[in-house]
Design a protein around this ligand. Structure first.
Ligand code: NAD
Length: 476
């Protein structure tokens, strides 16, 4: 194994190299360039025990102090933004500017979350009784993150968990552990030992973590398939869970849009981050009156987009992040070929080294095609025409997923009417993928349980505790 970089876990405020290590690839070349610790069960036990030991002190730390530390974390992330983004591009594949967006987005999430307060709800205050609900930390949180946005998705969990007074064990995906490990190294001295532990490992580590009796709450982002396993494991001790899972977002494009104005926006809705976004547009339904011109505009633009190594200037789309996902996307393309669907652009695997799949657009595949029904999580888009609005709403809703959807129209009232009928946790009108630290984001149906962001997301890291005080009691 040829590597030039080594990283450490953060356990109980210490940097831990680990007894075992594994290689991390650069997906643009399919070559190992660094090593990460392969956390053992014993090392995980120490991490979870230290989080438990740190809990009472962190819980008692005044919230103003916790907020101050969160701002300092944001400052450190921003200060090391370029270093983190370069590393992220190397392990994840995304173009450097977009990696900067992921890193600075994480800093922004800390800054904005630190502006929030934990509510206290007084439900009765009269001569008879005082009743108040306060929100306490749940305890030790297992935060599990996928490989598409390692930094910002970690911040979605860390910021509210720490603000609410929990301690955390954070686990990145095995194919993108480095930026997260580096984050742990950079911020470990800002926090009391044990408050934040960062562990990395192979496929055994996730189940060890979620199944550990020292964990009180699991905040998981990943596929629906893994989410089911996490929930099953959590059921044994009835651990609290937040599950942010897969999606199959539909975009509905109405005939009153200006094709030239929306074509590039719609293209990036589907292909940003090589299509590896939970809320990427994964099915595009275009009204028949503008289907042909929009198809032409999308295909023409697709041919101009530069796919390549994200560290090279000018690259707009990087490789697929890992080999398993690369093979899955190629399998979906092969299925489309076998079925005889029409490819407007793309469709052939690149012969460059690394996990590159060219931008691929399919012309009107049938609704029951795998590429329409399944979450592709790659740069392959089914483009489909529709005639009737009620019918397209039915098609958009006919899925186990319910993460997001978008409606594109010059008529906002009409778009809102359509949006109201879409069974998703988020719906965008004339944009996609905008998320805010002050608004909850979560999946309907099998796209998740609970949500992140806003007060709703913050309270998912809290145990509500109601106190009733009888005022007119006779006790003596
Ligand atoms: P994945 O489910 O394979 O892995 C996610 C994380 O879970 C990784 O850290 C992995 O190591 C860990 N893991 C795997 N098996 C586990 C188990 N049995 N117990 C506990 N942890 C386990 O997902 P992925 O392929 O890394 O990510 C892509 C998926 O994530 C897509 O479906 C995408 O839509 C979804 N996603 C959802 C959101 C959201 O907010 N809803 C955001 C980003 C990605």
């Amino acid at each position: 194994m040829s590597t030039d970089m080594k990283f450490t876990m953060t356990i109980n405020g210490e940097s831990v190299a680990g007894t075992d290590r594994f290689g991390v690839e650069n997906p643009a070349y399919g070559e190992v360039f660094a090593e990460a610790p392969n956390c053992s069960r014993e090392e995980l036990d120490v991490a979870i025990a230290s989080a438990r030991t740190a809990l009472p002190g962190w819980k008692k730390t005044p919230i103003a102090k916790r907020k101050e530390i969160m701002q300092a974390i944001a400052g450190t992330i921003a200060q090391h933004g370029e270093e983190l983004a370069r590393l992220l591009t190397r392990e994840q594949g995304k173009p450097f500017e977009q990696a900067m967006g992921d890193v600075l987005g994480a800093a922004h999430w800390f800054v904005e979350t630190a502006k929030m307060d934990i509510p206290e709800v007084v439900s009765q205050d009269d001569d008879e009784r005082y009743a108040v609900t306060r929100y306490e930390p749940i305890g030790v949180v297992a935060a599990i993150v996928p490989w598409n946005f390692p930094m910002i998705l970690a911040a979605f969990k860390l910021a509210p968990a720490l603000l609410a007074g929990n301690t955390v064990v954070l686990k990145p995906a095995p194919t993108t552990p480095l930026t997260t490990l580096r984050l742990g190294e950079l911020i470990k001295d800002l926090l009391p030992p044990g408050v934040l532990n960062v562990v990395s490992g192979d496929d055994r580590l996730g189940p060890w973590l979620t199944g550990h009796s020292g964990i009180d709450k699991i905040s998981f982002t990943g596929s629906t398939q893994t989410g089911r396993k996490v929930m099953e494991g959590a059921s044994k001790e009835l651990k609290k869970v937040t599950l942010e899972l897969g999606g199959n977002d539909a975009a509905i494009v109405m005939p009153d849009v200006n094709v030239e104005a929306v074509a590039q926006q719609l293209f990036w809705a589907a292909f940003q981050n090589t299509g590896q976004i939970c809320i990427a547009t994964k099915r595009m339904y275009v009204h028949k009156d503008i289907y042909e011109p929009l198809k032409k505009a999308l295909v023409e633009y697709a041919k101009t987009v530069k796919v390549g190594d994200g560290s090279q200037q000018g690259t707009q789309i990087g490789p697929i992040q890992n080999k398993a996902q690369y093979q899955r996307v190629l399998d979906l393309i092969q299925d489309a070929k076998d079925k005889g669907y029409t490819f407007l652009v793309g469709g052939d695997a690149s012969d460059a080294p690394g996990y590159f799949v060219p931008v691929t657009i399919l012309d009107n595949p049938p609704e029951d095609a795998r590429i329409v029904q399944e979450e592709q999580f790659g740069p392959v888009l089914p483009l489909m025409s529709f005639d009737n609005v009620d019918e397209v709403i039915g098609r958009a809703n006919d899925t186990i997923y319910g993460l997001g959807a978008s409606v594109w129209s010059a008529d906002i009232a009409k778009a809102q009417e359509i949006a109201d009928q879409l069974q998703t946790g988020t719906v965008w009108i004339n944009e996609t993928q905008h998320l805010s630290p002050h608004a909850v984001f979560g999946g309907a149906k099998q796209s998740g349980i609970g949500g992140e962001g806003g007060e709703h997301g913050l309270l998912e890291f809290c145990q509500p505790k109601t106190t009733f005080i009888r005022r007119n009691a006779v006790v003596g």
